[in-house]
Design a protein around this ligand. Structure first.
Ligand code: 3SL
Length: 232
């Protein structure tokens, strides 16, 4: 039997057994949406890291460096965490080291899974197809915000569960909760998220354009997968 489970925060990951599973990591606003955009626009590989210093060290190896903390581009790095910065011609064929407040930590904490895939609304149908092809149980890991539940990653989880269909049995109540929330939100996900904390945080930083972009569905087919040292 194939199952689907949702982990609402990386802080809860110790409760999950990742072995033998596919993990879909999601940080809708904005890390995984930016990564998917980067690959769709020709980035060759990405290495997600936890610390700013670690990320900067990749510059010597010829990587572009990308860093975000608390929604803002960290000083001294080539890129921040806006999907729009990955649409430039100049990133084609490049290797990028990236660190973000939550998304890259969630990826690093998931790499003991059989397969780690990067999910977003931008590539959700391609991710669903990829997961179905693996014929393994799946855990959707929400990046959340500093360990706390967030709505946008949970809505993605509900939407992906819907796309995976009845072949995947819900494993526990977080799966049911994600489904209920997605059912309530899907008619207008943007309006549903209006009062969510990270949408308000990004609005204070004047980054609503990124929010609107990241909530679009099936813009790209790219499915970044962890290959042991890099996402490709
Ligand atoms: O937390 C993260 O990983 C980021 O995606 C947050 S932000 O949208 O860049 O603020």
């Amino acid at each position: 039997m194939l199952t689907v489970d949702v982990c609402f925060s990386p802080e809860l990951l110790h409760l999950y057994n990742l072995q033998g599973r596919v993990v879909v990591v999601v940080d809708i606003l904005r890390a995984t949406s930016s990564m998917v955009t980067a690959f769709a626009h020709g980035v060759e590989k990405m290495v997600p890291v936890s610390k700013l210093q670690e990320c900067m060290a990749y510059r010597k190896k010829g990587f572009l460096t990308a860093a975000e903390r608390d929604g803002q581009k960290a000083e001294g790095f080539d890129l921040g965490n806006s999907p729009f910065s990955y649409m430039e011609e100049s990133i084609k064929g490049k290797a990028v080291a990236i660190t973000t407040t939550n998304g890259t930590q969630a990826i690093r904490l998931s790499i003991s899974a059989d397969t780690v895939v990067i999910g977003s609304f931008l590539n959700i149908s391609a991710v669903a197809k990829f997961v179905q092809m693996q014929q393994k149980s799946v855990i959707i890991v929400c990046a959340a915000w500093k360990g706390k539940f967030n709505l946008e990653d949970t809505l993605f989880a509900g939407a992906l569960i819907e796309k995976l269909g009845s072949e995947f049995e819900p494993e526990n109540d977080s799966t049911l909760a994600a489904t209920v929330l997605w059912d309530a939100a899907k008619a207008d996900r943007r309006a549903f998220l209006n009062n969510s904390s990270h949408v308000k945080r990004l609005a204070r930083l004047d980054i609503t354009k990124d929010v609107d972009f990241c909530l679009q569905e099936d813009v790209y087919d790219a499915v970044p997968v962890w290959q042991g040292a890099y996402l490709t």
